[in-house]
Design a protein around this ligand. Structure first.
Ligand code: HEC
Ligand code: HEC
Ligand code: HEC
Ligand code: HEC
Ligand code: HEC
Ligand code: HEC
Ligand code: HEC
Ligand code: HEC
Ligand code: HEC
Ligand code: HEC
Ligand code: HEC
Ligand code: HEC
Length: 297
């Protein structure tokens, strides 16, 4: 017999005595033998609630779609006695529901702990091993992109109730960029594969500078055309993407033969973030307007 039943026995017996006492006080004198000529009405939900107040309150407060009359589920009741199987005296979920989540989940009350409040009582901690059975996409994503989050159990972030989502700063107290809201972090970090960083074309250089201060400083102190560009104009879409010079400039204003004699454009132009245009070499006609694509494709 479940523990709650014992608790209820005490409460209910007390209530029974109290209410019987009240009823006799109020009605005993009026009642004659004609009482036995009256129709006996079935108990209503409110009458059940007189003794089973805790159950009534559960359904009222958190029952959700189970706010249906007691008797629709409990067609028979008060039939329990020692030796009888509890399962045979209380309704089976599958009298009204199918095997909602397939054959692998027959034990409804393991997760829906309170039959009277089945959604509210979903116990996330006890479901910790079951998340991936229903959410294969997130589990696969985390496995395919190893990160600190792959090692973090689902229920560390989704802990409070089913569908609850923790905020980034619960664990990352001082992120590298000021916290605005989770959506801003998630815009760069997919939560189940946080190292697959991608970002939009309007990401501010200051965010990159938080970690790449050396590069940022170089760019800021340059007086060449690149200094006017956003980091993400060149390093577009995905973190660690590095474009080639040719991606935007092709051979630049130079002939392929000339360029072919050098290891790369950087031999003469130096660092992409601190360009140099060597003095004393022949000016190249039409040089300025040679950018071929606005952004790498
Ligand atoms: C949606 C169906 C449903 C409704 C509606 C429902 N019950 Fe139940 N009830 C159950 C099921 C299933 C169990 C068995 C739960 C278990 O084994 O833990 C149960 C168990 C019980 C128990 C014994 C265990 C306990 O929680 O104390 C009592 C008493 C009870 N119900 C009373 C009521 C009363 C009173 C109402 C109306 C106020 C009601 N039930 C409404 C399905 C229902
Ligand atoms: C006068 C008090 C009283 C009323 C009214 C009452 N019960 Fe009970 N009920 C009890 C007691 C006492 C028990 C045994 C202890 C327990 O399981 O909580 C019990 C047990 C139960 C159980 C669990 C075991 C079993 O034998 O079925 C269910 C289900 C139940 N009642 C449903 C109902 C429903 C439904 C109603 C209204 C139609 C209702 N009860 C009305 C006192 C009452
Ligand atoms: C007498 C019929 C009946 C029984 C027995 C019953 N349910 Fe329900 N249940 C319903 C109805 C009706 C709804 C609302 C419509 C729907 O979702 O199908 C519902 C809805 C639900 C919901 C959605 C709740 C919400 O608030 O959205 C869950 C979860 C659920 N039931 C679980 C269970 C579990 C677990 C059991 C067994 C412990 C059970 N039900 C037993 C009739 C029943
Ligand atoms: C492993 C845990 C687990 C088990 C076991 C389980 N459920 Fe659920 N159930 C859930 C979760 C999580 C949800 C919420 C997600 C959803 O809406 O499907 C849910 C939702 C539901 C819903 C609401 C569906 C909807 O569309 O609103 C019903 C009805 C339901 N379960 C019935 C059952 C029944 C009946 C059983 C037993 C045959 C059962 N569950 C077994 C975890 C479980
Ligand atoms: C029985 C299948 C089932 C199990 C087990 C299950 N879920 Fe779910 N979960 C669902 C379904 C179905 C939905 C979609 C419900 C909806 O769209 O409202 C959902 C939705 C979610 C959501 C998204 C909620 C939102 O607002 O978008 C999160 C987060 C989630 N589940 C996490 C978990 C975690 C963590 C676990 C393990 C503790 C888990 N789930 C166990 C079926 C399940
Ligand atoms: C480090 C924290 C963290 C961990 C660990 C984590 N999640 Fe999430 N999860 C999130 C965040 C944040 C969101 C919200 C995503 C959004 O709003 O776009 C989310 C969303 C979800 C959703 C809703 C659908 C979606 O993809 O947006 C599901 C389902 C989900 N997670 C399941 C899981 C499962 C299953 C695991 C374990 C394999 C898991 N999560 C591990 C943080 C986490
Ligand atoms: C429950 C705690 C928790 C929450 C919530 C959480 N993280 Fe993490 N995160 C971790 C842990 C643990 C690591 C492993 C590295 C570490 O020690 O920080 C990590 C690592 C990371 C990493 C680096 C990955 C690696 O492998 O080095 C990124 C990026 C990250 N988190 C982003 C986020 C973002 C964005 C959010 C919010 C959507 C978030 N985290 C929410 C626990 C969490
Ligand atoms: C513009 C994109 C962007 C935004 C917005 C962003 N991050 Fe990052 N984050 C990155 C990049 C890039 C890395 C470095 C990843 C790597 O090492 O490959 C990183 C690394 C991290 C790490 C790993 C450890 C560290 O600090 O070096 C954590 C944790 C992290 N981010 C959390 C957050 C959180 C929390 C937020 C929201 C406040 C956030 N990030 C917002 C781009 C971003
Ligand atoms: C939280 C710290 C962090 C932030 C923010 C960050 N990065 Fe990084 N970035 C790193 C780390 C760590 C590396 C790896 C460095 C290494 O391997 O030496 C890296 C590497 C790079 C690389 C070089 C890849 C290679 O193969 O050499 C580029 C390009 C880059 N980041 C661009 C950016 C851009 C653009 C931004 C802003 C959108 C940014 N990063 C924001 C931490 C960060
Ligand atoms: C994502 C595109 C992109 C990439 C990659 C790129 N550039 Fe540029 N570059 C530009 C743009 C845009 C300008 C400015 C053009 C203008 O002002 O007409 C520019 C200007 C220049 C200039 C003229 C600077 C000045 O101040 O006059 C030189 C030289 C140059 N790039 C060389 C390079 C070299 C060398 C590389 C590789 C290390 C490179 N670029 C990579 C887009 C790019
Ligand atoms: C004009 C395009 C362009 C702009 C703007 C640009 N980069 Fe780069 N970046 C490159 C190219 C091309 C390379 C490869 C350099 C090489 O191979 O010498 C590179 C290399 C890097 C590297 C790896 C090597 C190194 O020098 O450390 C990092 C990190 C980096 N960039 C970060 C940034 C950041 C942060 C910004 C903004 C502050 C930025 N970049 C702006 C084109 C650009
Ligand atoms: C032998 C050295 C050398 C090599 C190698 C070289 N350049 Fe140049 N580049 C120059 C010189 C010199 C100028 C012209 C400077 C001036 O006109 O003030 C120039 C000009 C440019 C300009 C136009 C600058 C402006 O002011 O408009 C671009 C763009 C450019 N180069 C791109 C490239 C690219 C892309 C590569 C590699 C494919 C490359 N260069 C290789 C020396 C070189």
């Amino acid at each position: 017999m479940p523990k709650g039943v014992f608790v209820n026995i005490v409460g209910c017996i007390l209530t029974m005595f109290l209410s019987l006492f009240c009823w006799t006080q109020l009605t005993a004198e009026e009642e004659g033998p004609e009482v036995y000529q009256q129709e006996v009405q079935q108990m209503t939900t409110l009458e059940c609630a007189r003794c089973h107040y805790a159950v009534f309150a559960d359904i009222r407060d958190t029952g959700g779609a189970h706010q249906i009359p007691c008797r629709e589920c409990h067609e028979t009741f008060h039939t329990y006695r020692p030796g009888k199987n509890w399962k045979d005296v209380v309704p089976d979920c599958t009298t009204c529901h199918d095997e909602q989540h397939g054959e692998d989940f027959p034990d409804c009350l393991r997760c829906h702990e309170n039959a009277h409040a089945p959604s509210h009582s979903l116990n996330v901690k006890k479901m910790a091993e079951d998340c991936t059975a229903c959410h294969t996409d997130q589990a696969t994503e985390a496995k395919q992109h190893p990160s600190g989050h792959t090692e973090t159990p689902c229920v560390k972030c989704h802990y409070d109730s089913h569908g609850f989502i923790a905020t980034c700063t619960e664990c990352h107290k001082e992120p590298h960029t000021p916290f605005v809201d989770d959506a801003t972090c998630i815009a760069c970090h997919p939560p189940h594969s946080p190292l697959e960083v991608s970002y939009s074309a309007n990401t501010a250089n200051s965010i990159c500078a938080g970690c790449h201060d050396d590069v940022s400083a170089k760019l800021l102190s340059s007086d060449k055309g690149h200094a006017l560009l956003q980091c993400v104009f060149c390093h577009a879409d995905k973190h660690r993407f590095v474009p080639t010079c040719q991606h935007c400039h092709h051979a630049g204003p130079h002939s392929k033969e000339m360029v072919g004699q050098f290891k790369g454009c950087q031999d003469c132009h130096g660092d992409a973030h601190a360009l140099i245009l060597q003095e004393g070499q022949k000016p190249v006609p039409g040089a300025a307007g040679n950018v071929q694509t606005a952004s790498p494709s």
